[in-house]
Design a protein around this ligand. Structure first.
Ligand SMILES: CNC(=O)c1cccc(C)c1Nc1nc(N2CCN(c3ccccc3Cl)CC2)nc(N2CSC[C@H]2C(=O)NC)n1
Ligand code: NI
Length: 180
């Protein structure tokens, strides 16, 4: 089980590099292991056995691999399972409308509760290459869209708490859009 690095590790604050497609065996294996990690983290027995915190998203920099790869394994609010293991995900368009997780966000690289709402785009269109090397363009909303934005932020060295907007803090500098 690859170890998740924790806040303070410089890799979490760097910009990850594009993955060359066709992907190397090593990159494919890393992405496969990231998805396996999420499955294990959500399975009570294996999570208990390996002492894993459950997660619904993981970005390669979190296991100290500075490459643009993410894994998402989420049962959305309608009970549909969304499983994505992607190279080079890119938000190519988004709604003006914002949303947030009402209980705030957690992160496998942050071993503390950080209260506060994290503004996210309500709907996004993501282009990426799948682990099977297909180019896809997917429109996302709800919890899945939020997880994708959280994980793509990791590829740009952004942590969820960078985006928490404290009230009465008009002087907090705005965070550059992840929409590059
Ligand atoms: C929907 N629950 C809330 O909103 C939420 C609710 C309360 C508090 C906070 C702080 C919340 N926030 C939050 N809760 C999660 N989990 C809820 C529990 N779950 C899980 C737990 C047990 C088994 C299986 C699973 Cl699946 C694992 C995932 N995950 C994220 N994030 C932010 S985006 C990436 C994603 C991530 O994987 N973080 C590690 N935020
Ligand atoms: Ni995270």
């Amino acid at each position: 089980m690859k170890d998740v690095i924790k806040e303070g590790h410089p890799t979490l604050r760097s910009v990850a590099k594009e993955v060359e497609i066709p992907a190397s065996k090593e990159d494919k294996e890393t992405l496969r292991k990231m998805m396996e990690f999420l499955h294990n983290s959500q399975n009570p027995e294996t999570a208990e056995k390996y002492g894993l915190r459950p997660g619904i998203g993981l970005a390669a920099p979190q296991i100290n691999v500075n490459k643009r790869m993410i894994a998402v394994l989420v049962n959305d609010e309608n009970g549909n399972l969304h499983e994505y293991a992607l190279y080079n995900p890119k938000i190519v368009s988004h709604s003006v409308e914002l949303t947030q997780l009402e209980n705030g966000e957690g992160c496998l690289s942050v071993d503390r509760d950080v209260p506060g709402l994290v503004p996210r785009y309500a709907r996004i269109t993501v282009q990426a290459t799948t682990i099977d090397e297909e180019r896809i363009s997917i429109r996302l909303k709800g919890l899945t869209a939020i997880v994708f934005q959280h994980e793509i932020d990791h590829l740009n060295g952004i942590m969820f708490y960078d985006r928490i907007v404290e009230h009465n803090d008009p002087f907090k500098k705005s965070i550059p859009s992840a929409f590059k």
